[in-house]
Design a protein around this ligand. Sequence first.
Ligand code: SIN
Length: 293
Amino acid sequence: MILNVTHLSPRTGSEVKIGKAELVNGAYAQEIRALLDQRGVLLFRGLAPDDNELRAIARTLGDLRIGASKRGSDGATLTEGEDGLLKVSLDEKVNPQYARFLIGNCLWHMDGTYEEVPPLATLFTPYKLSREGGDTMFANTYAAFEDLPEDERARVEHLNVVHTMQAALFPAKRDCTPEEFAVWCSYPVRSHPLVWRHKSGRKSLVLSTSGAYVEGMHPAESHDLLQRLMAHATQEKYTYRHKWQMGDMVIWDNTGTMHRVMPFDRESGREFHRCTLNGEEPITASSDKRLPA
Ligand code: SIN
């Protein structure tokens, strides 16, 4: 079956026109998965899915993330929302557990870099918009890798980057307390290849503000390289900036894009509902002879 698709920017983002019933019953699930892999971000306007519909659509596309995890030295247990539905808001009344971690969302990131297998994708729909700001930006990390000069591709393909929570959150809260910093430092630290060779054979850059340093490289050289790659990957030609309307639903491929929310007034009550799909493959380096299952 053929989807009705309009591209939103040359390298990433496509709008799909499809009825809600067809999304909920999964009639086009295969086509949507394939398009998500190619385009990184899919927009569905005027859909206004309620929480059960959002969960149902997520389940047609993959394995809906459900459950709880214990986080950091404060021992807080965070649940992935109610039955896989997470409320994303900086208002602690809406989401007392998560609000303090969501400050990092305003910087370019990939979700779940602390996990061996990062999430596959996110489904996101607004419940309340901020009057100003609050657009979400996406950057295609496949395209950014493909456009690097050949010698640079060869150089970065064999590097590993250590991801930490303090690297992700400190730039968003430079006036944090020592206690907050200590909680961030107690989070798991994980090293990932800088270039992901996906099961499909395509390769993408694995960049995120959580990327603290390149293993085995002098700190200054590592800092400069990560800054330069981040600047390269977030050039306008690789990005799509989404201005939200109520009723929108956006799905992004967390494995081949980064995202960020643009600044907005935290008193605005901006609130989105989100479902996350579990990842399906670990971040595998080109040099790794083991092919992911
Ligand atoms: C996120 O970074 O996961 C959320 C982005 C947004 O709030 O627009």
